[in-house]
Design a protein around this ligand. Structure first.
Ligand code: GTP
Ligand code: MG
Length: 386
């Protein structure tokens, strides 16, 4: 699973990456701080199966923190996209090629209106309309995708004629690295002219679902903008990357008790300076109490679980102890698309397993077959011949 963080310069992409991963990345209040992409590992977080089963787990590919399973997700923070990037403005849009493999995107939107589409500062009485940046970003991604489609079209058209193979299939093969399927292409062809700009827009919506993190919600005036953005768009979450980063770092240093996504934190007595108490109090009053959380973990969770429709499953070697061969209880949590079958999971766990696949056992030790559709949170034993 790869999630890309995108947005205009200075909107808070690197701050968000750092808040999600505590990676050491450069953050600064000017545009184009990031030039080379930063990759790091964050987590989606969900109730762990250990809770329901009443067992103590021993995770191997993930971790369990207070009954919540943290499942790793790769995150990529790229340079800012400016209007006209596809014509070479700013840093251009070539760096988006690093996002070809992304399953989904988080649009980090500076909702304060205090920076424009080029990352230039605005004053209080000359605020920028953040909605403009949604258009800018979508347009630039569409241009990028349009360029990729156009580059492949000529070759694909010739091949389709020569081999008498459906064009949609050949194009899908070429674009499979973008997560685009033959079905996506057929559907886009029904709605628009093949290879047109609109065609690229439809493919973008299919292949790169995007959630909007309305960032810098802590700044004065941001809420008003947020209200407007939310009315016009779906999948918008109020967020403050800076607040999340402050809370995660304070927790890391033992100053407070806080887990990502929590609605509040607890101060550890005697550890905080007056200045820290004041800064954290600001976050509590202006972000957590108003919006229920900093929105950062929610944005990632919501993208993966709600928009991309992933679920979490726990394959085990033996259902009697819910453990692997070494006795680790609920060792691995896998992210799979809703609708994934047991046999498909077997192939994901080990390619060998799919070949030798016999069937499976559910949590009640009842037999289930290859076509068994996995449920969210399901623990399953995969049976195969040796
Ligand atoms: N008030 C406030 N400031 C924030 C927030 N998130 C980021 N910032 C500030 O916004 C500025 C830009 O942050 P970066 O994370 O470097 O932004 P970026 O999008 O990576 O910028 P480029 O790499 O230049 O494109 C920094 O001064 C951050 O401290 C937030 O939630 N609230
Ligand atoms: Mg950056």
């Amino acid at each position: 699973m790869l999630v890309g963080l995108v947005g205009v310069p200075n909107c808070g992409k690197s701050t968000m990456l750092k808040a999600l991963t505590l990676a050491d990345v450069q953050i600064a209040n000017y545009p184009f701080t990031t030039i080379q992409p930063n990759q790091s590992v964050g987590h989606v977080i969900k109730d762990c199966a250990c809770k329901k089963l009443g067992v103590r787990c021993n995770p191997q590919n993930s971790k369990c923190v207070g009954g919540k399973r943290w499942i790793p997700v790769k995150l990529l923070d790229v340079a800012g996209l400016v209007p006209g990037a596809h014509t070479g403005k700013g840093l251009g849009n070539q760096f988006l090629d690093d996002l070809r493999q992304a399953d989904g995107l988080i649009h980090v939107l500076d909702v304060s209106g205090l920076t424009d589409s080029e990352g230039k500062p605005r004053t209080d009485d000359d605020r920028f309309d953040p909605e403009e940046n949604i258009k800018v970003l979508e347009q630039e991604i569409d241009e990028w995708l349009h360029g990729i489609v156009r580059k492949n079209m000529e070759k694909v058209e010739t091949l389709a004629r020569m081999k008498k193979v459906p064009l949609a299939r050949l194009l899908a093969e070429k674009l499979s690295g973008l997560g685009i399927t033959e079905e996506d292409i057929k559907s886009a062809m029904r709605q628009s002219e093949l290879g047109s700009r609109e065609f690229a827009t439809i493919l973008r919506r299919e292949s790169k679902p995007m959630i909007i993190a309305a960032n810098k919600i802590d700044l004065p005036g941001a809420e008003e903008n947020f209200g407007r953005v939310r009315k016009g768009h779906r999948n918008v979450i109020p967020a403050s990357a800076e607040s999340e980063l402050a809370l995660r770092e304070a927790a890391e240093h033992g100053l407070i008790e806080y887990e990502p996504g929590d609605p509040d934190f607890r101060e550890n007595a005697g550890k905080l300076t007056d200045k820290q108490i004041e800064a954290l109090g600001f976050i509590r009053d202006n972000v957590l109490r108003k919006h229920g959380s900093t929105g950062i973990q929610q944005a990632l969770n919501s993208l993966v679980f709600d928009m991309l429709q992933y679920i979490v499953v726990y394959p085990v070697a033996s259902m009697s102890k819910y453990a692997d061969k070494k006795g680790n209880v609920l060792p691995d949590a896998h992210l799979v698309k809703r609708g994934t079958t047991l046999k498909e999971l077997a192939g994901r766990v080990h390619s060998d397993m799919a070949d030798k696949f016999i069937g499976g056992l559910d949590v009640d030790k009842k037999k289930v077959g290859a076509d068994h559709v996995l449920r969210d949170g399901e623990v399953v034993e995969i049976l195969f011949s040796r």
